[in-house]
Ligand binder design. Sequence first.
Ligand code: ZN
Length: 299
Amino acid sequence: MKGTIQQSLSGFYDILSDGHLYRTRARGNFRARNIKPIVGDRVEFSSDDDQHGYLLKVLPRVNELRRPPVANVEMAVVVTAVVQPTMSTNLLDRQLVALEKQGITALLYFSKTDLASDDEWSSFLPIAAGYRDAGYEVFAARDPFDQQQMQRLQKMLNGHVVTMMGQTGAGKSTLLNHLAPELNLKTGEISTALKRGRHTTRKVSLLRVGEALIADTPGFSSYEDLSISKEELPKLFPEMAKVAPNCRFRGCLHMKEPGCAVKAAVSDGIIMESRYDNYLQFQELIANRKPTYEKRRDH
Ligand code: ZN
């Protein structure tokens, strides 16, 4: 049988397969082969009943995040409040760069849209449109829990291992509660529960939301955790990567070079000015970064 590890706890692996959960233990020499099964892993297993099965094989991983360890994260919901606190496109763009670097599809969910005044709403609309034009899926209904919007989001998440990103207070738990009321998460407490689990019983689990499996912490906090070179950064802004072949110089970094198609697209209003400004700021951060040795994060 095939399935996905939803929870790992004290040597047991709970595997979700066709809507059923099977408790298994690892059989075979995983340790000797230096493979540790983690949540999100697609696996092969055998099972006589739902309590006594054996995990037999871990299938190749698409990617692997740490802290907490989750495999095969293909999608992330980036939750950003449009007000309270004031929206920061800088933070959002940092998160998007980090996700692009990991090869994870970002879905942009804007929260607290119902709390924005009419003025705040009209200045927000072009921002939402800009991200849509940049190629991102955007969820920005005036009613943040608009039924159609919730259905569209759930449909996109189904069948995937998903991570939630967003500032404290942006409304990650509230969103999850609307998607899956049966989870009954207390606002602001999902991360605490996971942390406590990790330190005492080493429990890592994914939340089952519809047909999606959701990790509430992303495994990295922002792009500063990732080593990105100045040549790599422009590739992590999809709308810049798209027009870059038209730049006069190969390897154009879209900064001071003449004949730059990206700068032209910014002037023409095709690329958002805020995105370009953030890009320049990230380039500066990369240029000023002190060389560091790769830190080991394993326990
Ligand atoms: Zn350029």
